[in-house]
Design a protein around this ligand. Structure first.
Ligand code: SAH
Length: 257
């Protein structure tokens, strides 16, 4: 009987360890995506990043060279909490604290491609999170304005972006559904949290000829990723693309502190 209890305890402990594996702090050495023992050097991260671009992004049809270069140049592992770093180049979103997530690499690339930004453009991002999407955009656009509602997350992201030299990113803590009126209108707006509907101030702050990419809740607990275009005359055209899953765009007073 004692023997069986002992075996059961070992099995339970093994299960608990296995399920918490992603939450643990791995040291220098661990097995990477391909299962081999690999040192966590910048060189190996760069190799993982190249593989991510080929296997997750190009393979799914993203073609824009500017976007592919951006995804290959930005060190995603520097935007992910230490305990999750070895999963940085996996094909999935990851937790960044306070219930928020950094999006799956493919979704970051796809949304960036949909935004169709060039190097003269001024872009507004709602939902700074880790700062990763802002960093990707900053390598393509002239200026990026990014807004985060959770102060703790936002200040960390701002410090990280400055430390890594993404100098054309401007940041503030605020309710992003109100936009950034004194810096607009914007050539492009990207919302990286799920909205109930497209916020009116964001439509107003979009330049004629500009476009917005935004996930908007549908009836099946997910969102439709919308491309919203404003033509030169100010008319709005909305196209539904793929279903996605984002954390909610919250109103000011409901935000975590
Ligand atoms: N773009 C981020 C991931 C976004 S996760 C990255 O690259 O890491 C969504 C973020 O939107 C969360 O950090 C959340 O706090 C923020 N958010 C939610 N509602 C918001 C609002 N009203 N205004 C600004 N940010 C908001």
């Amino acid at each position: 009987m004692k023997y069986i209890t002992f075996i059961l305890i070992i099995i339970v402990l093994a299960c608990v360890f296995y399920s918490y594996r992603p939450f643990m702090n791995f040291k220098e050495k661990d097995s990477m995506a391909d299962g081999k023992d690999t040192e966590f050097t910048e060189e190996n991260y760069a190799r993982e990043r190249k593989k991510m671009v080929e296997q997750q992004i190009i393979a799914r049809g993203v073609k824009d060279k500017k976007v592919l270069d951006a995804m290959e140049s930005v060190c995603r592992h520097l935007f992910v909490p230490e305990g999750y770093r070895i999963y940085s180049y996996y094909d999935q979103p990851l937790p960044i604290g306070l219930g928020q997530t950094i999006s799956q690499p493919y979704i970051v690339a796809l949304m960036t491609e949909m935004l169709d930004v060039d190097n003269d453009d001024i872009v507004l991002e709602i939902g700074t999170g880790s700062g990763y999407q802002a960093a990707v955009l900053s390598t393509i656009a002239r200026e990026v304005y990014t807004i985060e509602i959770i102060e703790k997350l936002g200040l960390l992201a701002d410090e990280r972006l400055k430390r890594l030299g993404y100098d054309n990113v401007n940041f503030k803590i605020s309710d992003g559904s109100l936009g950034w009126p004194d810096k607009g209108p914007f050539d492009a707006i990207i919302v990286t949290a799920a909205a109930e509907k497209i916020p009116d101030p964001l439509i107003e702050q979009l330049k004629p000829g500009g476009r917005m990419v935004i996930p908007v809740n549908n009836s099946s607990y997910s969102q439709d990723l919308l491309i919203v275009e404003k033509d030169k005359a100010g008319n709005i055209d909305t196209k539904k693309t793929i279903p996605v899953r984002f954390v909610p765009l919250v109103e000011g007073e409901k935000a975590a502190k």
